[in-house]
Design a protein around this ligand. Structure first.
Ligand code: CO
Length: 200
């Protein structure tokens, strides 16, 4: 028997439960996806996009990486954004960070973590941009929380500055980018109120 047999069993139960509530659910979804939202979040297992938004399969297009970053040259993330904007025509792009993010924590340290330090370097850049504000805080948790928020704001700006968004807004496509933070302590999302819906 497979060592992950329990996962197949869970999956069977999950699919059956959905079909019980809505017999044509998978048949209808298999024909097309038309999600209104693109989620860009952290890979952290405690931050599952669909679950915390209360959304079913088909409702949210998802990209996740360590510390929810949108790097100008990351073809993986840019391809997801392009497909979401140009083909799926999502109405909202949600960049979600979360408190207690291991990526943010690691970027605050000086110890080496190997290859991933190159990825985390971008967060160290965010720290550098806001050094003065961050270094006013003596409490380490407060500092990490603020860096989580500043990182989200930075990534919202990165999405908005991409050619994909600039072109979409140029042709008057209705699209808003939002920055939010998820609290792993209570499951609640906070809006950072940094939404952008037009070319700056
Ligand atoms: Co994280």
């Amino acid at each position: 028997m497979s060592s992950i047999q329990h996962l197949f069993d869970n999956n069977q139960q999950w699919a059956e439960q959905i079909k019980k509530q809505s017999p044509d659910f998978f048949k209808n979804l298999s024909e097309q996806q038309k999600p209104k939202y693109l989620w860009i979040g952290c890979s952290d297992s405690r931050v599952p996009a669909n679950d915390l938004l209360g959304m079913l399969p088909g409702e949210v297009f998802v990209h996740r990486n360590i510390a929810n970053q949108v790097i100008h040259t990351d073809l993986n993330c840019l391809s997801v954004i392009q497909f979401a904007v140009d083909v799926l025509e999502v109405k909202h792009i949600i960049v979600c960070g979360h408190y207690r993010c291991g990526g943010i924590q690691a970027a605050l340290e000086t110890t080496s973590h190997g290859l991933i330090d190159n990825w985390l370097r971008h967060i160290k850049d965010v720290y550098r941009f806001h050094k003065e504000k961050l270094e006013q805080l003596s409490d380490e948790t407060e500092k990490a929380n603020l860096l989580c928020e500043l990182n989200v704001i930075e990534q919202v700006a990165n999405v908005s500055n991409s050619t994909i968004l600039r072109d979409a807004w140029e042709r008057k496509q209705n699209l808003t980018i939002h920055g939010v933070v998820y609290n792993v302590h209570d499951g609640i999302l906070k809006d950072l109120n940094v939404s952008i819906s037009e070319k700056s």
